[in-house]
Structures are given as C-alpha cells and as structure tokens.
Design a protein around this ligand. Sequence first.
Ligand code: SF4
Ligand code: SF4
Length: 396
Amino acid sequence: MTGPGKPYVRKVPSGRDGMWASAGPPLARLDIELTERCNNDCVHCSVNLPAGDAAARAREWPAASWKGLLGEAAELGCLVVRLTGGEPLVREDFEEIYLHARRLGMRVMLFTNATLVTERLARLFRDVPPLEAVEVSVYGMAAETYEAVTRAPGSFAAFRRGLGLLGDQGVPFVVKGAVLPSTRREMDELEAWSARITGSPARPSSAMLFDLRSRRDGAKNPLIAGLRIGGDEFVRIARRHGEAAVDEWRDFCARSGGPRGDRLFTCLASGGSASVDPYGRLQYCLGLRHPDTVTDLAAGSLREAVTGFLPRVRAMRSTNPAYLERCGRCFLKGLCEQCPAKSWAEYGTLDTPVEYFCGVAHAQAIAAGLLEPGEKAWAVVDGKERVERVERRRGS
Ligand code: SF4
Ligand code: SF4
C-alpha cells in the first residue's frame, strides 16, 4: 500500500513468473528470530524488547513448536538454520532448540552479543559444534564506548567474558562491528583486535546503514535515523583500505542484470529461504513484516507456506508510479539497499523508493565513476553500457 488505502501492488500467479523456478530444495535455509527480547538496549537496534518483557515472552513459541518446525524444515531439505533475535540466548530453552537442529543434521548460524555465553554453553558448542562460526556483535572496544551503545551497565565485561569462554573451548567465531558515534574512532582497533583473537586477517564486517524498526513500533526510529551516516561518509569509510570496495561496487552493478522493472523481489532470486518470527509467523525475510508477506504457521504447514505462499509473494509486482519511474528503471540495483523490507520499515509500503538508501547508492556510484554529481541513476538510459565502458577504461 502507498498512502492510506491506496493499493500500489499487483499480485500475479507465481506460475507465470519463471524467474523464481529453483532447482534446489524448497527450503535450503531457515532464519528463526527466536525472541524479540534482549538483555542489551542498543541505540541502533531495530528489534529489541527488554529481556524481562513478560508479554512478549508469553507469546513466544515454546521449544516443542520450534522442534516441530525444524523437523518440517528438514523434510523440505533445509541444511542451515540461523538463530537470531533480539538475543537468542535469553531463551532458557535455547540449548534444547539448538541441539534439535544439530540432531537433524542442520548447520547452525548463531547471531549473538555473547554476553550470556556460559561455560556450559561454550562446552556444548565444543562438543556439538554449530558447524558455522558463531557471529558475535561487538559494540565497542572499551566499556565506555561499548556501553554507550548497549545502554546496559556491565555488558562490556559480560561480552568479553563470553567471548573468552568461546575462545577457551576452541569454538570458532567471527566478530562484527557497528559504525556508531561512539565506535567510529575505534575501527582500526577493532580490525587489529579481530585479527588477533580470530587468527584471521579477514577484516570484520561493520554495520553502517541502520534499518528502522520493521515492526514499525515508532518511537525509537528518530533515534536510529539520527545515527545514520550520509553517503559521502559511507564512501569515505569504505575507502579506508583503498579502492577495492569501490571496484567491487562497479562489479555489483555489472553483474546485477537489468533494472527491476515492476519486480519487487530481486533478492534471493533462487528462492529457498524463509524466516519465522518468535510467534510462529512465516515471513519472506527477517525484516519484512508487511501483512501481505506474512502468514501464520498456526493456520497451515511449513510446506504449504514455502511452496504455496512464498512463491506468490515473490511474484508480486509493483504498480506504484514512483517505484516504476525510479527503481524500476535504475541501473544501480546491484548497489542499492532498496527492497520491499526497507520500504516497509521506512514508509509502510512495499515499493516506495527509500530516500536514504537512494542517496547512499548515488554517492557510491559517483565514487565508482558511474554517475556525475547531480545525475540521477533512473534517468540514465544506457546504464549497462555505461558500466561496461567504465570497467573497460579502468582495465585498459
Ligand atoms: S545486542 Fe543485538 S539484539 Fe540486543 S539490543 Fe543490541 S543490537 Fe539489538
Ligand atoms: S538508487 Fe534510488 S532509484 Fe535506484 S534502486 Fe536505489 S532507491 Fe531506487
């Protein structure tokens, strides 16, 4: 919907949309948001409720339901499950759910802040490895900067302790940063520290473009928006280690295929993944909670949702003129974060061009030599040829 009561999305039968045909299993990966609750209260977080939120906790699916769902997912060919939140470790039954996934032979991607890792849990990960590196979010290199983000006294010490326990048991993990006012000065330190503790020279990824709250529960969004950096700053940070990132942006554009046209979903093009929220509602992806793209698993099986509902969502088309005239014709698709989930979080629609991400993509394209300052990407009629020209020039 774009504006009150005005439908701007056309639904078409998925059978007419051959691009979604997939040779793989119906479900290769399942993302599970085990809880909205978290023991931190990060300034930029787009999900969290307080860890002790009794109402949220009472609505969460119990372990038995998750185990049933994991069994259904395994039957659909699912090999990887991502457990995230909120903070998944606030759930007292985390171990039970984790072990069930591993018994089914699934690899487990765990996204955590590590503050609640106990000796017992670290040993469990040693003995029954997740088979994917645990992904630990790091909000600062010192208590002062870390807790300026998490707003939870004592969280820095708890995080260092949790990470130490994983390290002591030889559990593989990677760390991920977030570029926030209090952590911006620490990026070099984070990278050097990450190399030391993980033994890998690979630089940690750092979140820079923060999403608004996808539940559209409003009050915190101005705070999140105020933490966002502009396109020029984004480019400056990406260039800290040379031009590799900019070369990559050009490659994205070269490989991304033509403009979107009226397609809404150009991500996950092969299908094969789905997300479930803490209350058993299946979503196209973790951040997309538009009612037309969510189905309650209490009313039907995972198989029906994955093989019937999701293909119908993937086949949805836009009829919104603003989208068709801009994103529909834009050659920066491979660079830009624009997608139905972002549009939903920002505007409550599936297809409104998100000005923030549009500005960042334009700054990237200017840095990559694909646009002149002031030029609009959607007005470029020979985008593909332009990318090829610039690539050739750089290669010569
Ligand atoms: S630790 Fe993660 S889930 Fe918890 S508040 Fe921070 S960003 Fe949100
Ligand atoms: S750069 Fe702007 S017009 Fe192009 S896809 Fe992104 S939001 Fe749409």
